[in-house]
Design a protein around this ligand. Structure first.
Ligand SMILES: [Zn+2]
Length: 246
């Protein structure tokens, strides 16, 4: 059956000699896999439109969510040109794509909302430079979807409001009485950590004024995702390496 949708290509993989296998997050069908026949040929008019991190209008032959569908036509709506000129932005977008693929494996009913959320994140990454704030807001949204977001209102052990640190083991904020050995974080970092956990990408502009958002916050959020979501991504290690060397 011929279907139309708008989608963001999360991943492009080789498939047979001339074809690509695309993993696409769509606005109507959630995440689907599609074969783009002949797109690998240098002469193919679809070659560019089939690359990762492109927003496109797509028509395809729908065979089912868990089978391979066939791409019929694809036209680029947005190619995020500024984003693609910046290695850190590319690494962040690649990580977000990988996390979405993980989320869609066992999340039902959230995929359409994920499309909207991810489109907004890419749009901001393309147009603005508070890259880590975008990634932090993406990570907190992902943690909420998985139900493993840190508790940031009071100490998760005793309920005290006198917060001393963040504990991965206890699941969020803890006070000085409930932990013996703890990492000392600056009070402003704790405040920003709470803010990104309370906000969504729609609060991006407001949150800028409370920044800058250090990579430490991103690392703590990813620790929650990898520990409680059982996610271990190469794209995270790549971004971490980049952040250390730049
Ligand atoms: Zn406590």
């Amino acid at each position: 059956m011929n279907e139309q949708c708008r989608g963001i290509i999360l991943k492009q993989a080789d498939f047979k000699d001339n074809d690509y296998l695309l993993t696409i997050l769509t606005d109507h069908f959630g995440m689907i896999k599609m074969i783009a026949r002949g797109a690998k040929k240098a002469t193919s008019k679809n070659s560019y439109a089939c690359s990762a991190l492109i927003l496109s209008d797509i028509s395809f032959d729908l065979k089912g969510k868990d089978t391979l569908n066939t791409l019929k036509s694809i036209s680029v709506v947005k190619s995020y040109k500024h984003l693609k000129n910046d290695l850190i932005k590319i690494a962040i977008a690649g990580l977000m794509s990988d996390i979405i693929i993980e989320l869609c494996r066992d999340t039902n009913g959230e995929e359409i909302r994920l499309f909207t959320y991810y489109s907004k994140c890419l749009e901001i990454l393309d147009n603005d430079d508070n890259n880590l704030l975008v990634l932090n807001l993406f990570l907190t949204n992902s943690l909420k979807i998985m139900g493993i977001d840190p508790q940031v209102d009071s100490c998760c052990v005793c309920g005290s409001k006198k917060i001393k640190t963040i504990s991965l083991e206890h699941g969020g904020f803890v006070c000085g009485k409930c932990v013996v050995d703890y990492k000392n974080y600056d009070i402003d970092l704790l405040k920003r950590f709470r803010l990104v956990n309370k906000a969504t990408i729609d609060n991006y502009k407001t949150l800028i004024t409370y920044g800058p958002y250090e990579f430490k916050i991103t690392e703590i959020l990813y620790d929650f995702l990898s520990t409680y979501g059982d996610i271990n991504l190469k794209s995270w290690r790549f971004l971490k390496e980049l952040m250390i060397t730049t």
